[in-house]
Design a protein around this ligand. Structure first.
Ligand SMILES: [Zn+2]
Length: 304
């Protein structure tokens, strides 16, 4: 296989890894842009001497398409820095194909997972941040990077642009109901941490997938997750066989259909979302991330 393969072992995966889709770029300000491959979404920003790209998209082909789209948007500029929003390969797996020599900025937990994962094409961060809020200057751009605690994936950092009134937080809240599988979401504190972002002043939200939304859409997205969490607990109280897809889809769909049935993807995804979230209550969570004091994770047991 000539492509970086992430964690794939099958030669046949090459066709998937190599595809370069059309990318849609949208200008948010004179310096800030959002870009989507039709499924995942991220941002990039022009610095004084080059570009700061958030994430890489999820295959070598998509990383190359990302690079070409940046070059078309900001001709003559090179990508000098990459910020990983979190560790997942579908967002941050292919810096080797985007800009292998760039400075790579990530939260320390994200960096530790990447080091231990050893995925082909996922470049190790060169600048590691810790704590809930980091204000750093990269290539003349003041970045505010926020990690209130485990929300999704490892070391998930949101980015706040006060000047633009924009918040970017990957794979957390969506403007629709189209991400039902919800692996590696940490529900113990998820709603609390998401509501914390509302203390900041912004009116445009850039999610890690699909379309952008505004503050009201973000608040509704939080409420949607909160209400699924409630409905999943009610499933236990009603002795729904929570490990079965159809009964869970039926029960939670019935509970929430009136309030959220208009959300794109509701019918197709509410069953999966319910199966995932109900297991948070069945099992108690997804490891140490889902404990009341997840900061224990930051104990320095993996050295970089
Ligand atoms: Zn993710």
């Amino acid at each position: 296989m000539s492509e970086n393969r992430g964690k794939f072992t099958l030669e046949a995966a090459e066709a998937y890894l190599a595809e370069e889709p059309d990318m849609q770029v949208e200008k948010l300000s004179n310096r800030l842009f959002t870009i989507s491959d039709g499924q995942c979404r991220t941002i990039f920003i022009a610095g004084e001497s080059g570009v700061i790209a958030f994430d890489t998209f999820g295959t070598p082909g998509r990383a190359r398409a990302y690079k070409k789209a940046i070059e078309a948007t900001l001709p003559g500029q090179t990508i000098n820095a990459i910020v990983y929003s979190h560790d997942h390969l579908d967002h941050a797996g292919f810096a080797a194909d985007l800009a292998p020599d760039a400075e790579i900025i990530a939260d320390e937990l994200c960096a530790k997972v990447i080091k231990c994962r050893e995925a082909d094409g996922q470049v190790q961060p060169t600048r590691v941040l810790a704590g809930e809020r980091n204000e750093i200057n990269v290539d003349g751009v003041d970045l505010v990077l926020l990690n209130p605690g485990p929300t999704h994936g490892s070391g998930n950092m949101a980015a706040y642009f006060a000047e633009e009134g924009v918040l970017f937080s990957s794979d957390t809240i969506l403007a629709n109901a189209k991400y039902g599988f919800m692996p590696d979401y940490h529900f113990a504190n998820f709603v609390k941490y998401m509501r914390g972002f509302l203390e900041l002043s912004w009116d445009r939200f850039v999610p890690g997938r699909y379309e952008m939304t505004n503050r009201a859409g973000f608040e509704r997205g939080i409420e949607f997750v909160d209400d699924i969490m409630t409905a999943c607990q009610q499933a236990f109280a009603n002795f729904v066989p929570i490990w079965l897809y159809d009964p869970m889809k039926g029960f939670v769909g019935q509970q929430l259909g009136e309030k959220y049935g208009d959300l794109e993807g509701f019918d197709g995804h509410i069953g999966q979302m319910s199966i995932r979230i109900v297991h948070h209550y069945l099992m108690g969570g997804w490891g140490l991330e889902d404990t009341p004091e997840p900061a224990v994770l930051l104990e320095d047991k993996v050295s970089l």
